[in-house]
Design a protein around this ligand. Structure first.
Ligand code: SAH
Ligand code: SF4
Length: 373
């Protein structure tokens, strides 16, 4: 059974061509699948009946099954998704005024083993397929759409633009550039007008700095780029982000500059997790200023989100303010990421895809999963 979620538009056109079907048919099916969230060929009413019957025989439209749906007190919603063989990944929806961001996973686990990351601590299980990656957006759209239809108190405008998810960040579990082909197929769908039609500026890939893959992304599918920096010198970064031993800071900065030649935005976002007493001193901030001198950038400081036995503590708020102040005084736009959804372990670095129930704090299951009529 071929899962049609695995194809981008060109891929689906080619698959249709092998079966003697015209390109416009592929695009029709594409729109039903991604714009309408339809997984039933019979409901694709403007597609020829004979083709619908043929598709039903050897194709399906299948996203990962949700195992758990948790709603944080701040409105952040997290889904735990079954990707088979006891593996699960997480997807997080973060509503904000004027936009809704979906944080998408690219791998079950991660091989890169950053010292402060709970996904890294669980090791690497496998790459997600393109269908499992885009399936997260497909599913979130469906589930959020269903919730929206069920709540009459939303503004009319919010209801009919159909765009609850305006931004996607590849910041869930896994290193997206270590699963390059499948991630790019999914990115193409996010951008394609026949599918989700998101602007390149609103789709962000976050990488720990796999330099050759950054160059490929620039050439094949440039979207907004976030780089997980986390340290101001190689000695410290070698420890915190081990991939630095392979692609050290000078090479990473050069790759950022090359990326910006083709990027939809004219800056790179550097993510910097604030670890108490480790990378959060004034001297680190000043070292950063020298490091990024030639790279147009913004900084996003992420207060460390703890998990059991991490061995790190979050920097105190006052320390983060001072650190940010040094960057801001030097003219670098610097924001501190609000911790969202940490009551349901949905905050950055807390995604572990746990299937067993821990002793939960404020989790409540929103409602049993149900297909939309
Ligand atoms: N693998 C990619 C994307 C996923 S992680 C990457 O590393 O960029 C998304 C962001 O969360 C990264 O910047 C990551 O370093 C950060 N992060 C990981 N663990 C964290 C933790 N415990 N607290 C806060 N941020 C964390
Ligand atoms: Fe992997 Fe990113 Fe976690 Fe590092 S921070 S272990 S690259 S998911």
């Amino acid at each position: 059974m071929v899962n049609l979620l695995d194809f981008d538009v060109d891929g689906l056109v080619a698959w249709f061509a092998e079966r003697g079907e015209k390109p416009f048919r592929a695009r029709q099916v594409m729109r039903w699948m991604h714009r309408e969230g339809c997984d039933d060929f019979e409901r694709m009413t403007d597609v020829a009946k004979s083709l619908r019957a043929k598709l039903a025989l050897d194709a399906c439209i299948r996203a990962p099954e949700p195992l758990r749906d948790s709603l944080s007190a701040d409105g952040t919603r997290k889904w735990l998704l079954d990707v088979g063989n006891g593996n699960a990944v997480e997807t997080v929806f973060i509503p904000e005024t004027g936009r809704g961001t979906l944080c998408v996973s690219s791998q079950a686990g991660c091989a890169l083993d950053c010292a402060f990351c709970s996904t890294g601590k669980q090791g690497f299980n496998r790459n997600l397929t393109a269908g499992e990656i885009i399936g997260q957006l497909w599913l979130a759209n469906r589930l959020l759409g269903a919730a929206r239809e069920a709540s009459p108190d939303l503004e009319a405008g919010e209801k009919d633009n159909g765009r609850i998810i305006s931004n996607v960040v590849m910041m869930g579990m896994g290193e997206p550039l270590a699963n390059f082909d499948n991630v790019v197929t999914a990115l193409r769908l996010m951008l394609d007008d026949h599918a989700y039609g998101l602007s390149r500026r609103r789709v962000t890939v976050s990488t720990s700095g796999i330099v050759p893959a950054m160059d490929r992304l620039r050439d094949e599918c440039p979207v907004a780029l976030a780089v997980s920096l986390h340290a101001s010198n190689d000695a410290l970064r070698d420890r915190l982000v081990p991939i630095n031993q392979k692609y050290p800071l000078a090479e990473l900065m050069a790759a950022c500059r090359r990326y910006l030649e083709r990027a939809p935005r004219d800056f790179v976002t550097f993510e910097y997790v604030m670890l108490d007493g480790v990378n959060d001193q004034d001297v680190h901030a000043r070292e950063l200023l020298a490091l990024v001198r030639d790279v147009p950038c913004k900084f996003n400081l992420i207060p460390f989100n703890p998990f059991p036995n991490s061995g790190f503590r979050r920097s105190p708020a006052e320390r983060i303010r001072r650190f940010a102040g040094i960057l801001i005084d030097a003219g670098i736009v610097t924001t501190t990421r609000k911790t969202r959804g940490d009551d349901v372990d949905a905050a950055c670095g807390q995604l572990a895809g746990q299937v067993q129930d821990k002793t939960r704090r404020t989790v409540r299951i929103v409602k049993p999963m149900e297909a939309r009529p």
